[in-house]
Design a protein around this ligand. Structure first.
Ligand SMILES: C[S@@+](CC[C@H](N)C(=O)[O-])C[C@H]1O[C@@H](n2cnc3c(N)ncnc32)[C@H](O)[C@@H]1O
Length: 371
């Protein structure tokens, strides 16, 4: 990996000035001071990600969100990761960074990693999954989700012998089994139930009339099971009326297609269906959680001609809101033009950005410069 010496150790301070190189003020000292600041304005460090991360203490950041360079696609200023001859070497270099992220992340912390794939001799290399599996196997990361970032509108692809590539993964890792995750911060706002002619209608129009008829006409439920099902249905409708639930679905034996494994060994719902004859799927009153497919149009870079691969601000919103506490610190070790830091700042979270390119850091600093 080649790094221009002039770029090593420069610090772009959130207060709006560029301090002298590292030998005058260490990254460790600057970070220690930053943690106690009252403002959420980001701090940016210039240099190689691993070298700068070495200066941060163990378990000092709450959340990391980043997008490393692609392998073998672009030449960023000052070289850096992505220019390796061999993609395995590229993965090893990234593993060096993820090991440092693991060290600096709190036990309660989360790591969101957006990484694109590359082709070699017509072969899609599977770099994202190779890296994710190595992180789990070699570094004890716990993989919680693979988000599919659907770019909706891709760039043109003139290859006549394959499909257009339109998505990238965003892996969601944690460090321990007990971690910070604020699901309520990212729920979609719930729809509300209505009362029409005295009958409760759920957010999506479920009134219970159809379920009542199915229970009545069922030849599979016993008399006692039918009585219990009516009581349970009334109780659910009362919960809807009291806004304790936004919505529900009822699954009745041999009426609806079950949403679980049929094996009673595997599924509690299969047992419930066998023993009671019905069960309910209840929708959270605060709205539903985002899924693991995100439709987000890529950033329009026309107004930032110097950077080829900024990711959209929307990609950072769920990660930061759900996994960085209000008084926490976000880290992006390949921050480029500072998108992660900008979103963190807008949500009132402190953040650290690292990049090897002075030019990108200047842009990042300018984007986050307003008070
Ligand atoms: C895909 S871009 C990140 C873009 C960023 N998410 C944004 O929205 O602008 C990857 C970045 O990694 C930086 N980079 C490459 N090698 C690096 C290294 N060894 N240490 C730190 N940064 C590096 C590049 O300069 C580039 O800005």
């Amino acid at each position: 990996m080649t790094i221009a010496a002039s770029n090593l150790g420069r610090l772009f301070d959130g207060e709006g000035y560029e301090t002298p190189p590292i030998f005058m003020r260490s990254h460790a000292d600057a970070f220690a001071e930053y943690r106690h600041r009252s403002t959420a304005q980001p701090i940016f460090f210039g240099g190689d990600a691993i070298t700068v991360l070495h200066a941060l203490p163990d378990e000092s950041v709450d959340c990391c969100m980043t997008s490393p360079p692609y392998w073998n696609k672009r030449q960023y200023e000052n070289g850096g990761i992505g220019l390796e001859e061999n993609f395995k070497e590229f993965i090893d270099n990234l593993l060096g960074v993820t090991a440092e992220v693991y060290r600096v992340l709190k036990k309660s912390g989360s790591f969101w990693l957006n990484i694109g794939d590359s082709y070699q001799n017509k072969q899609l290399l599977g770099i994202p999954w190779r890296l994710a599996i190595s992180m789990c196997d070699q570094q004890r990361w716990v993989l919680r989700n693979q988000v599919v970032w659907n770019k909706v509108k891709g760039s043109p692809d003139n290859a006549l012998d394959k499909l257009r590539n339109l998505h990238e993964p965003v892996f969601y890792f944690v460090k321990s089994h007990s971690y910070y995750f604020d699901a309520d911060a990212v729920r979609s706002s719930p729809k509300h139930a209505r009362v029409v002619n005295g009958a409760v209608i759920s957010a999506t129009g479920v009134s219970g009339v159809r379920y009542r008829r199915q229970i009545e006409l069922s030849s599979d439920l016993t008399g006692e099971e039918k009585r219990n099902a009516f009581v349970a249905l009334d109780e659910i409708l009362m919960q809807i009326a009291r806004s304790e639930l936004a919505d529900f679905r009822m699954v009745i034996r041999r009426q609806q297609r079950a949403t679980h494994s049929d094996s009673e060994m595997l599924s509690g719902r299969a047992k419930e269906l066998r023993d009671r004859g019905f069960y309910f799927l209840k929708y959270h009153p605060k709205g539903s959680k985002p899924s693991d497919v995100w439709d987000i149009i890529p950033e329009d870079t026309h107004d930032r001609p110097g950077h080829y691969a900024p990711y959209p601000e929307d990609l950072c919103k769920i990660p930061i809101l759900a996994t960085c506490p209000q008084d926490g610190i976000v880290l992006d070790p390949f921050c480029g033009t500072g998108t992660t830091n900008l979103v963190a700042y807008e949500f009132g979270r402190k953040s650290v950005g690292i990049d090897i390119s002075t030019e990108y850091l200047r842009a990042a600093h300018a984007r986050c410069a307003r008070p």
